[in-house]
Design a protein around this ligand. Structure first.
Ligand SMILES: Cc1cc2nc3c(=O)[nH]c(=O)nc-3n(C[C@H](O)[C@H](O)[C@H](O)COP(=O)(O)OP(=O)(O)OC[C@H]3O[C@@H](n4cnc5c(N)ncnc54)[C@H](O)[C@@H]3O)c2cc1C
Length: 489
């Protein structure tokens, strides 16, 4: 591993005694996983003059950021929104510096509505459009119903699912029940909520569903795709693609990481950014095994599925709205399409199934999945012409993700995210599932990557007794005045 940055202060610090000789050696770290968290951590430690090697199993960087260019323009099969278009968003400066345009789909900051209600065109199964007034009214009613679930969770000591809490609300206040078309629209809102968590309402914890921090500024779609952000952060790093890690051995004085072909890498520490689904699968062997509290956190935190079926058409034949939806008796039967023509000018609709529906669709071939999505569209637009191309994601079954993102399951505490993040000796953990403030998001993955890099830097340098000589992770140009870290009991 070679250190690329030339910094005299650092170089001086890297020399430490080896018998009578002075040997130059900088602290080293192996970053496992080349998604947003891994690339961020590697960038930060590289800039702090660590020797960094990043091991990524796939033949591409980005992980659950996967911008595809095969249509001749960028489309995202994974993340596509910046949730919280504001300066407080840790990722905003990076996106801002790159000058990447965002298309804001919502002014408000609700988990329930990442699109303004006015921008929907909803239809019933027979293709009849739902009056916009009804769409808006049911949106308001859904918020009232959810406020009532807040009372339910305060009245019951034990946790329950969002679905169960909703049914208790309807038992207590029958006047909140909706009938006919309004009921179907309500199911559609529930379906959207399930999309946010990538999980069905009967598995989402009513105690924790709103624990995440919502940044202000609404939700902004990355019009040119998310990948440029990854590639910018990854510039100049030592990245080994096609290196799937199978074993992580930790010792007092370092870590050894083994990849599929038997090759090993050694360093002072490792930052593990492997997706929660992969950690759950236990395909990676830890030696010695991880402590029980860490294993329990991995087992108890939920991982859901959301997929994208991206349909590219020869022409635009649908209404000029941001979201097209089909309302139905149950949330499972509802569906929705993001209109990329409105946001990016491309004749593309993105169908996004989540939870059990996504799991069921993953059992189909790509062609059958695309046909299924198209059949949903035909319900509302019978004259729709067939797509000329399609792309289908399989986040639930791809062996390098085994899920889309994490969520709080019924009966499990929200502090599991923090437990997943806490280091074990010289193993540091990052990734969306380690972010208690912003789980399931790109900016959550980014901020945990920064945190893990800083924790790792402190720990490794403390051990060498050289902390005073090193630059902090934020780099040489950091401001002169940095607030003191003061805590009190
Ligand atoms: C369909 C979908 C839509 C989404 N939409 C949004 C959105 O609009 N906005 C938003 O903020 N977030 C969204 N997300 C969530 C967001 O994509 C993730 O939270 C974030 O990208 C996760 O980054 P990460 O670094 O934690 O994990 P990953 O990106 O998954 O990175 C982990 C890396 O580890 C690699 N890896 C796995 N196993 C091994 C191994 N054994 N050895 C070496 N490497 C390994 C993987 O290949 C991967 O590259 C979406 C996710 C999905 C799936």
């Amino acid at each position: 591993m070679e250190s690329r940055k030339s910094n005299p202060q650092i170089r001086r610090a890297l020399c430490y005694a080896n018998g009578n000789k002075q040997q130059e050696r900088s602290p080293s770290v192996i970053v496992i996983g080349g998604g947003m968290a891994g690339v961020t951590a590697a960038r930060a430690l590289h800039d702090a003059s660590f020797q960094v090697v990043l091991l990524e199993s796939r033949e591409r960087l980005g992980g659950r950021i996967h911008t595809n260019y095969s249509f001749g323009f960028p489309v995202d099969l994974g993340a596509s929104w910046l949730h919280g278009v504001c300066n407080e968003n840790p990722l905003a400066p990076v996106i801002g510096r790159l000058g990447l345009p965002l298309y804001r789909t919502s002014e408000d900051n609700s988990v329930l509505y990442d699109h303004d209600l006015e921008s929907y065109a909803l239809f019933d199964m027979d293709g009849k459009q739902v009056p916009l007034e009804l769409v808006k009214n049911v949106g308001v009613a859904f918020e009232t119903i959810l406020q009532e679930t807040d009372k339910v969770r305060r009245d019951f000591s034990e946790d329950m699912s969002v679905l169960r809490a909703l049914s208790i609300v309807f038992e207590r206040k029958p006047e909140l029940r909706l009938e006919g078309l309004a009921h179907k629209v309500l199911q559609w809102y529930l379906c959207r909520m399930e999309g946010w968590f990538a999980a069905d309402a009967d598995t989402i914890s009513v105690k924790c569903w709103d624990e995440e921090e919502l940044l202000p500024g609404g939700h902004g779609l990355m019009v040119r795709g998310y990948l440029p952000v990854i590639h910018t952060l990854a510039k100049g790093l030592d990245i080994r693609l096609g290196h799937r890690v199978t074993k992580i051995t930790r010792r007092y004085n370092g870590v050894k990481v083994t990849v599929e072909n038997g090759k090993t890498f050694a360093a002072d520490a490792a930052i593990i950014t492997i997706p929660l689904g992969v950690l759950k699968s236990k395909r990676i062997k830890f030696e010695p095994k991880l402590p029980d509290w860490k294993e329990a956190a991995i087992a108890d935190l939920g991982v859901g599925i959301e997929n994208k079926i991206i349909l590219h058409f020869g022409n635009v034949f649908w209404p000029n709205v941001e979201f097209l939806g089909v309302v139905a008796e149950t949330s499972y039967e509802c569906s929705y399409f993001l209109n990329l023509h409105k946001a990016a000018g491309h004749p593309v609709l993105v169908y996004m199934p989540a939870g059990q529906l996504a799991r069921d669709i993953e059992k189909m071939s790509d062609e059958a999945a695309a046909n299924f999505a198209f059949s949903q569209l035909k319900r509302i637009l019978p004259e729709a012409s067939s797509p000329i191309q399609y792309l289908v994601s399989r986040w639930g079954t791809e062996i390098d993700s085994l899920g889309s993102y994490s969520y709080d399951m019924v009966g499990k505490p929200h502090d599991l995210y923090e437990r997943l993040r806490v280091p074990v000796d010289n193993l540091f953990f990052a990734g969306e599932a380690t972010s208690s403030n912003y789980p399931g998001s790109v900016h959550g993955a980014y901020s945990t990557g920064m945190m893990a890099a800083e924790d790792c830097r402190m720990r490794v340098l403390e051990r060498y007794g050289e902390l005073d000589l090193f630059q902090p992770v934020m780099g040489e140009e950091s401001p002169m005045s940095i607030p003191l870290l003061i805590s009190r009991l």
